[in-house]
Each structure stands twice: as structure tokens, then as C-alpha cells.
Design a protein. Structure first.
Length: 425
């Protein structure tokens, strides 16, 4: 028997069952209930997986009570303030921060792979005007398997890393093309003289044969946003990626599923919803009315950009972005009315009993929406920005899952409440 166990007593029969406690490096211990059904003949019930660890992971750690986030043991504020997004992406994939030489080689690899097959343009063409870029992005990523089918069998670690680089490199180009096509604009090919983040902004804003001015502060701000989104342990979209990967589907299918999961307004779609909600509120005089709506149990209205499943103190990413937003207010032309409304909401929510008692603090999306708006990123691209940032995390999680020899297909059970067998007439 394991040294540490939890005993469960079925008080209907008095039978006792012991389950081993698994110890983490840091954080919560985990009760291993893998044999729960075999031992007890019952399932466990955990709506929204609030108490379930679905995997062993060595990638990202969150302490929700302390407001702490680490990628591979590095604190997020160190990575966001002292390192670039490519450092963070390399760290997630390769388990260590890169040396200068490794960084340059990684950057070169991504540049080399940033172009997409010309045949994919027909795919973009098929979507109607104003199609949401997230819909195009998820379809185009799934379709990558039809253009790059030669290396779907990844038998060696080198082939896996090649696949990882290909996806990270191509997603910004697909994302930019999705936006350009949905707006009837000419597509802009990657510029190999530009860095990862600068090149993405260039593909979004550029025009053929026209010089585009991109200020370093804009590039740095977007790079920080990418870093802050790069991974977040077993969130909804990462779980979607892992579930698809557990069936041995190829990574393009898994990442495409992640994009679908991320789109929802409770997850990555929240940053777009934050701005749309601030615009709807309009002026600071309306704030009280909407706070009241958010608190009304009979009203489905929620304050977007507030609350988090794991952070019950503050979101450390939000703290970094709040500072960045305040810097950008001084340096870029930010809509002052929107900022005033946002500040008023924040001020009320942080002192209101409803929000305080439920630990509802501003999350990353509350500030990232305002920053992306200041960077003149179109609103429908906000969730797409989240996707670009999150891709290395999804891939690192996909690789980790594949490396675990005892990996099993994800297949939860249910509490059936439907009809008993009916007699046909
Ligand atoms: N506005 C008003 N009330 C809220 C909000 C909100 N934004 N968020 C949670 N609540 C209330 C909720 O009604 C419930 O109240 P009660 O206990 O009286 O029933 C309580 O707080 C707990 O909420 P929950 O929905 O059970 O919490 P959850 O952990 O399942 O959901 C969440 C977390 C992020 C989906 C939710 O807080 C939410 O919908 N927030 C707004 C959307 C948002 O900003 N999403 C971005 C999350 S950060 C980016 C990311 O990592 O994906």
C-alpha cells in the first residue's frame, strides 16, 4: 500500500477503499483515482473538472491563491520583463531558455517555415467577406495536414520538433491571411528581415510596395502579450488539444480543436467581448447600471474580463498588462473614454462585496483588450492574437502527452439521468 492514502468509506455498506496520494514538486497533492471504478464500481462526478488533475505535467505551474505563474520554473514577470516571446516559446518546447546561438537558430527556423503553401490561398478565397478570422484560422490549421501530409508520422524527436516549428511559424501567417481575406485586402507575405512579432504586425498592416512604420513600443507590447499567453496549464483549449491528441489524431487537428475551444467568450474570446462591452457601456455614468446587471442572478450579463477559474487573488498576467497599459496611455493614442469606463468598473468591482466575496478580479483579458485596441488591432483579431501566443504551449503539451508511455485516450464517464429502457409500442 502507498504511504500516503485517502480512505473513502461507502456509508451504505461500510466498505473502505484506499487511494494513493501523489505528491507534486510544488502545489496541491493529487489523489489517484484511476482504479476508483474498478475498486468501487462507481464513477466520480466533477462538473467542469474543478477538482480533477487530468495529467502529469512539467511545463507550467499556477498558484491561484498567490497569483503566481511559471513556465518551466521561470516566473512570468521575469519572462515578460526580461525575455522575448521567442525565448518563452523556446523554453516551453525545449525545456530550457535558449543561448544566443540557439535563439538565432530558432528564429531562423521559424522564418524559413513562415510561408504557407500557395495552394492554401484557394481555401481563404472560399470564405465569404467578413468571415470571422477565428473560423478561417481553425479551418486553415486543420487543412495544413492536406498540404504537409508527408511528415504526419513523427517517429523521431527531430521530426516532432520540426512539426512544432512548422506550426508555430505558420500560424501568424495564416492568422494575418485570414484577416486580410475576410476584409478583401491584399495578402502580405512574411518579411524575412523582420523578427517574429514585428513580422506579424507587418503582415496585418502592410500594403504591397508601401513602407509600414512599426514603432518599437508597439512591437514590444505585442511581444509581451504573446509571452503572457504562451501557456496556462490545463485550461479549456489545452485540454481540448490533449483530448484530440489522445486519440492519435495529427497535431494540426489537435491545434485546430484548441482554436475552437479558445474562441468562446468564457476563454480567449473574452478580450474581444471586453472591448465590445466597454463600448456598449459607453460612458462612466452607465457603469453603475451594468455592475448591477452583473450582480443580478436573474440576468445572464457578466462583467467580461473579471473572474478566473484558478486565480482567486489576482491574475499575475493582468498585473503586468495593467502596468503596460498605463505606459501605453502616455505613449499611444488610447481612447480616453474607454479607459475611463474601464477604470471606473475596476474601481467599483474591487470594492464591491459581490465581486470581493467571489474573488472576481480583473483577468488578463480585461487589460489585453485595451492594449490591443491601442495597438489598432481589429477586434475580431483579439482571440487570434491569443492563439498565436498560446500555440507553443499547446504544442509543448501535445509533445508531453505523446512522450508519456502510459498515455490513455481521454474518455470520461457520466451520471446518466435519462429515461430507463422504454418499451416500443
Ligand atoms: N461577472 C459577474 N459574476 C461573475 C463573473 C463575472 N465576470 N464571473 C463569475 N461570476 C460569479 C458567478 O455568477 C458565480 O456566482 P455564484 O457563486 O453566486 O453563483 C461565481 O462568480 C463563480 O463563477 P463561476 O462561473 O462558477 O466560475 P468559473 O470558475 O466556472 O468561471 C470564468 C470562470 C472566467 C469563466 C468566469 O469568471 C467568467 O465567465 N468571466 C467572464 C469571462 C472572462 O473574462 N473570461 C476570461 C478568463 S481569463 C482568460 C483565460 O485564461 O481564458
Amino acid at each position: 500500500m502507498a504511504n500516503n492514502t485517502v480512505t473513502i468509506i461507502d456509508n451504505r455498506t461500510g466498505k473502505k477503499f484506499d487511494f494513493p496520494i501523489l505528491l507534486p514538486t510544488i502545489g496541491q497533492s493529487v489523489v489517484d483515482i484511476s482504479d476508483f471504478y474498478k475498486d468501487t464500481g462507481m464513477f466520480t462526478f466533477d462538473r467542469g473538472f474543478t477538482s480533477t488533475a487530468s495529467c502529469r505535467s512539467r511545463i507550467t505551474y499556477i498558484d491561484g491563491a498567490k497569483g503566481k505563474l511559471m513556465y518551466r520554473g521561470y516566473d512570468i514577470s521575469y519572462l515578460a520583463n526580461k525575455k522575448t516571446y521567442l525565448d518563452a516559446a523556446y523554453l516551453l518546447l525545449h525545456k530550457d531558455l535558449p543561448t544566443k546561438q540557439q535563439y538565432d537558430a530558432f528564429s531562423y527556423e521559424l522564418k524559413k517555415r513562415s510561408f504557407i503553401h500557395e495552394g492554401m490561398k484557394k481555401l481563404f478565397d472560399a470564405f465569404p467577406d467578413n468571415a470571422h478570422p477565428m473560423a478561417i484560422l481553425s479551418s486553415a490549421v486543420a487543412a495544413l495536414s492536406t498540404f504537409y501530409f508527408d511528415s504526419l508520422d513523427m517517429d523521431t524527436p527531430e521530426e516532432v520538433i520540426e512539426m512544432a516549428h512548422r506550426i508555430i511559424a505558420k500560424i501568424p501567417t495564416i492568422a494575418a491571411f485570414s484577416y486580410r481575406y475576410s476584409n478583401g485586402l491584399p495578402v502580405i507575405y512574411p518579411d524575412l528581415d523582420k523578427g517574429f512579432t514585428e513580422n506579424f504586425l507587418y503582415m496585418l498592416r502592410g500594403y504591397p510596395h508601401h513602407h509600414v512604420e512599426l514603432s518599437p513600443i508597439e512591437v514590444e507590447a505585442l511581444d509581451t502579450i504573446f509571452t503572457l499567453h504562451a501557456d496556462h496549464e490545463q485550461n479549456a483549449s489545452t485540454t481540448a488539444v490533449r483530448v484530440v491528441a489522445s486519440t492519435h489524431a495529427h497535431p494540426y487537428a489537435a491545434i485546430s480543436a484548441g482554436i475552437g475551444a479558445l474562441w468562446g467568450r468564457a476563454h480567449g474570446g473574452a478580450n474581444e467581448s471586453v472591448i465590445r462591452q466597454l463600448e456598449m457601456i459607453g460612458t462612466i455614468d452607465n457603469v453603475e447600471k451594468f455592475i448591477k446587471k452583473a450582480k443580478d442572478k436573474n440576468d445572464p450579463f457578466r462583467l467580461m474580463g473579471f473572474g478566473h477559474r484558478v486565480y482567486k487573488n489576482f491574475d499575475p498576467r493582468a498585473k503586468i498588462l495593467k502596468k503596460l497599459r498605463d505606459q501605453l496611455v502616455d505613449e499611444l493614442d488610447i481612447d480616453s473614454e474607454l479607459i475611463a469606463v474601464a477604470n471606473k468598473i475596476e474601481q467599483i468591482a474591487l470594492s464591491d462585496e459581490y465581486f470581493v466575496s467571489r474573488n472576481l478580479y480583473p483577468n488578463i483579458d480585461f487589460y489585453s483588450g485595451l492594449i490591443l485596441e491601442a495597438l489598432k488591432i481589429p477586434k475580431e483579431m483579439f482571440a487570434v492574437i491569443f492563439v498565436i501566443g498560446r500555440t507553443p504551449g499547446w504544442i509543448a503539451q501535445w509533445i508531453e502527452l505523446k512522450e508519456q508511455p502510459d498515455m490513455k485516450i481521454a474518455r470520461p464517464r457520466q451520471l446518466y439521468l435519462g429515461p430507463n429502457e422504454r418499451t416500443p409500442e
